[in-house]
Structures are given as structure tokens and as C-alpha cells.
Design a protein around this ligand. Structure first.
Ligand code: SF4
Length: 218
């Protein structure tokens, strides 16, 4: 679990950095805005779901979330499974896993990326630009002039570097969650089987008995 702890630490540091950036420049998401969560373009790595999935497995909620997720994927919807939309206006809603949400959910609108020359530029959000254009323009100018800002590539890159191999691949957010949940549940079933000495693949049905091998002719 060392890797999951490290990921959780990186997520917390990212949240602190974006909070400091938001305070310094007066940037805020409009209250109740669900634009990011409704976007079908949101991607993250399997690793970033590690801290939440660990909690879901511990609480015994992982299978229920996986079932809900399979339903959502089968319906063709790419909206994040944890987005709880308001009934009267589905464009407004809230994140049900806010404290353990992935890196992209923390950084978008409150961080920078490097341009071709390596100079940081604000990754601004369209809704925030419409809501408070002056604050967004001032923050973008400050970042161009060297104001400290969390850099998306650096923070996401650090998480990916902790998880070489397929765990570091970026996937649509629900797909990354599905992989994380399935892996964690499989691991949990093997760990439980190790404790009890049971075969996790044993479905209780009798197995065919193989005939003994004939001894080879001398
Ligand atoms: S995890 Fe939360 S913040 Fe991120 S897309 Fe899903 S609902 Fe939105």
C-alpha cells in the first residue's frame, strides 16, 4: 500500500497548491458548476483512483460502485459516475468523492502548463472565463510574469512516475476507475483466500478427476 499512500500524499499537495493559487488570484469555480464533471473528455490514470478505491474496498462498497459503473459504461454515458447532478438543473451538481478525487479534478482552472519554450501559462476554464474574465485575465498575466503556480504536467508526471507500466496510462475517468476497482477487488479476493486457505476460483462444483499417467516404457 506504500504506492497508494504516496499517491494520496501527492493529491493532498496538489489540493494545497491549487488552494494557495486560487486564494492568491481570487479564482473560484462558480457555485454548483458541474461543467468539468459533465465533460466526456476528462481523463486520469488508474493510479490516481488508488486512495479512493482503497477506501471503497475497506468499507465494503467497492462491488456496489463497480456494478453502478458497469451500468453507466453500458449506457454509453461518459459523465463521471461520482457526479451527483441537481434534479432541477443537471448542469449543476456536486462531487460525491471530493476529498479523494483524482489529480485533474483538483488542477483544472487552477494550474499552469508549460508552453513550447517551457514558460508556464494558465490552464483556464471556459466557464470561469465567462464568469469572472477580469480575475482569469489577471491570473494568466501573473503566471506569465512568473507568479508561482502548480504545473499540471509536473504534478501528474510525478504520480505517473510512481506507477510505471499500464497504471500510468491516461484513460477516460470512468474507465480508469473500472480498472482500478477490478484490480483491487481481485487482489482483495486473493488476500482473503490466502488468509482462509480457500481457492478464490473454487465455485463449489466438483472438478473432473484426471486419470493417472501411464508409466513410460523402459
Ligand atoms: S471525481 Fe468528482 S470532481 Fe472529478 S469528475 Fe468525478 S464528480 Fe467531478
Amino acid at each position: 500500500m506504500e504506492g497508494v499512500d504516496r499517491c494520496e500524499e501527492r493529491l493532498t499537495l496538489a489540493a494545497e497548491a491549487t488552494e494557495a493559487f486560487s486564494d492568491a488570484h481570487g479564482l473560484q469555480c462558480p457555485t454548483g458548476c458541474g461543467a468539468c464533471c459533465l465533460s466526456p473528455e476528462v481523463e486520469c490514470s488508474v493510479t490516481e483512483w488508488g486512495p479512493l478505491v482503497r477506501e471503497l474496498v475497506r468499507d465494503g462498497r467497492a462491488e456496489a460502485v463497480l456494478t453502478q459503473l458497469h451500468g453507466q459504461l453500458a449506457s454509453g454515458s461518459r459523465v463521471c459516475v461520482f457526479y451527483a447532478a441537481e434534479e432541477e438543473d443537471p448542469r449543476r451538481g456536486r462531487c460525491q468523492v471530493y476529498g479523494l478525487r483524482p489529480m485533474i479534478c483538483r488542477l483544472f482552472g487552477f494550474s499552469a502548463r508549460r508552453d513550447r519554450d517551457g514558460t508556464p501559462e494558465l490552464v483556464s476554464c471556459r466557464v470561469m472565463r465567462e464568469h469572472d474574465p477580469a480575475a482569469v485575465a489577471a491570473a494568466a498575466q501573473a503566471v506569465r510574469e512568473g507568479a508561482p503556480a502548480p504545473v499540471m504536467g509536473d504534478l501528474v508526471g510525478a504520480v505517473l512516475a510512481d506507477a510505471p507500466g499500464t497504471n500510468g496510462r491516461m484513460l477516460p475517468i470512468n474507465e480508469a476507475l473500472r480498472v482500478a476497482l477490478e484490480r483491487a477487488l481481485l487482489r482483495a479476493s486473493f488476500e482473503a483466500a490466502e488468509e482462509t486457505g480457500e481457492d478464490p476460483d473454487d465455485d463449489g462444483r466438483p472438478r473432473p478427476v484426471r486419470p493417472p499417467r501411464r508409466p513410460r516404457a523402459a
